[in-house]
Design a protein around this ligand. Sequence first.
Ligand SMILES: CC(C)(COP(=O)(O)OP(=O)(O)OC[C@H]1O[C@@H](n2cnc3c(N)ncnc32)[C@H](O)[C@@H]1OP(=O)(O)O)[C@@H](O)C(=O)NCCC(=O)NCCS
Length: 184
Amino acid sequence: MNPPAHPLQQIAPDVKLGQGVRIYAFTNLYGCEIGDDTRIGTFVEIQKGARIGRRCKISSHTFVCEGVTIEDEVFIGHNVTFINDRFPRATNAGGQLQTEADWACEKTVVRRGASIGSGATLLGGITVGECALVGAGSVVTRDVPPHAVVAGNPARVLKRIPLQPGRRAGEAALPEPASAPSNP
Ligand SMILES: CC(C)(COP(=O)(O)OP(=O)(O)OC[C@H]1O[C@@H](n2cnc3c(N)ncnc32)[C@H](O)[C@@H]1OP(=O)(O)O)[C@@H](O)C(=O)NCCC(=O)NCCS
């Protein structure tokens, strides 16, 4: 059973909501899927085709675009921006406004238990690994390995952490596997 809709939410009839989903005011959701017990903060927009798992927290002012899949138990901070078009253009070669036919959506996946810090921007076509943590304000241009902490612009690996979903960081660094790249 979901709480009654807030009068200042816009949730399109095609949105698939799980049980116990909590959505705050001034949100705009259409054509997307939200899993059980997930929370969606104020001023969040979630576009068609985006999928959000169970027990996630999506903080205020975040934009989740088409092509984004967020698995279970993921934390998304405030004002996080996902991107699905690396070379955006307003118009096509004929000078008309672009339509769906004029571009290809680049898909992004945030794996289970990961956290994305506030103000981060994630370019399209990226996978953020399980339980990884993206620092505040980062610009993520490449895949993030599981359990890695990345930060900066472009985001680089600071360390690896033995985080599990639902656990806070004990933050003892894991030894680097011999074959692991030093950057994502
Ligand atoms: C990335 C993060 C987890 C690192 O925390 P930490 O392990 O305690 O790291 P430290 O503070 O020891 O910093 C280590 C280095 O990384 C740098 N750094 C830390 N966070 C950074 C960030 N977000 N962007 C760029 N550099 C960062 C530090 O300046 C430091 O650099 P130095 O060694 O050259 O001095 C943390 O800073 C962060 O951004 N967390 C996300 C918080 C957030 O957005 N929460 C959501 C809502 S409240």
